[in-house]
Design a protein around this ligand. Structure first.
Ligand code: GTP
Ligand code: MG
Length: 310
């Protein structure tokens, strides 16, 4: 129901969900290089999958990938074996599949569409984090990226879209490879937050809170000092990736962390978020992170209507 609050800390904790990150294509393999989770490298080039630490790797030909991409997702949902045992095996023993890619090329864009279908057939929760190409890249590349982004959104549970264009603001004066490292680290955040606040049994509550095929954008705040709560909320809400007004959010997922998490700060954050998005369902969680010292962090995913209606 719109406007309600869902406390993820109250969901059963028990066993931690088995979360796996999937790096798809050349950029995707870069993105999992520093993953703190068991990870899978998937591409059309053995060089991509071979250069990053991963506990599972698969290289498939571009021809096979294109054939699988052209298969009707409804048919795959009924008969996942069409994808092949090697692809399906990547999702064994996985509760949360977190797919990462840079869209625009063949391996990452088509690969994520295909792995999204496999993950949805095999795993309780599938989230994708995809980067859109820079405006300066070719029109053909950008329109292919958008087409695949829409297809990914309409198949996985939650697709979080990051525009590479925001890099110039986030990491000005940095060489591109370092700026990519910064962004690739930020793109891991939603997976890290999910692993910290969701127990295995809470995955279903989270998925129900999201609703089907949800389209998300990510914002991050970090702040210290007396007014750290106001600052952290302002910074998260000023994310360069929010390309719609906060009040249009249908669902928001907010995760607060601190070395000394404090219920009062959670309540203030929720109060401020509620004022910015009065009709959104807000799912929230918190955890202790000693590394933050005197700072607090707020990770925010704002979700709009299901992709199917876009
Ligand atoms: N965020 C981020 N984006 C990247 C990175 N490397 C490349 N990109 C972006 O990702 C897009 C896809 O590029 P690649 O990953 O090289 O393409 P691919 O999926 O391997 O596709 P093919 O090589 O054509 O099969 C590019 O157009 C860039 O915008 C990275 O490390 N991080
Ligand atoms: Mg490539």
């Amino acid at each position: 129901m719109a406007g309600d609050l869902i406390d993820l800390d109250q969901t059963p904790k028990g066993d931690a969900p088995r979360l796996r990150t999937y790096g798809v294509g050349s950029a995707g393999c870069n993105m999992i290089a520093a993953s703190p989770f068991p990870s899978v490298a998937f591409s059309t080039s053995p060089a991509d999958a071979g250069r990053v630490p991963a506990d599972r790797r698969l290289t498939v030909t571009a021809d096979r990938l294109v054939g699988l991409y052209q298969t009707d997702p409804g048919v795959v949902a009924q008969m996942p074996s069409i994808l092949g045992d090697d692809v399906l095996a990547l999702f064994e023993d996985t509760d949360v599949a977190f797919l990462m890619t840079g869209l625009g090329g063949v391996a990452g864009s088509i690969g994520t569409c295909v792995l999204g279908m496999a993950a949805m057939a095999k795993c309780p929760l599938t989230i994708s984090a995809v980067a859109l190409p820079f405006s300066a890249e070719s029109e053909r590349r950008r329109s292919f990226a958008l087409k695949c982004s829409r297809r990914i959104m309409s198949s996985v549970d939650l697709s979080i879209v990051f525009a590479n264009d925001a890099l110039s603001g986030l990491a000005p004066h940095m060489p591109l490879s370092r700026a990519f490292d910064v962004l690739n680290g930020i793109m891991q955040r939603p997976a890290i937050e999910a692993a910290n606040v969701l127990g295995k049994a809470g995955v279903r509550t989270f998925k129900e809170a999201l609703g089907p095929n949800t389209h998300g954008r990510f914002g991050l705040g970090l702040a210290r000092g007396d007014d750290r709560v106001a600052k952290v909320v302002d910074e998260a809400l000023s994310s360069p990736w929010f390309d719609f007004a906060a009040e249009e959010a249908r669902v928001a997922v907010a995760v607060y962390s601190a070395a000394d998490p404090w219920d009062k700060e959670v309540a203030r954050i929720l109060d401020m978020l509620r004022r910015s998005m009065p009709s959104a369902r807000i799912a929230y969680g918190s955890y202790r992170d000693d590394g933050l010292k005197d700072r607090i962090r707020l990770s925010l995913v704002l979700c709009t209507r299901p992709a199917a209606s876009e």
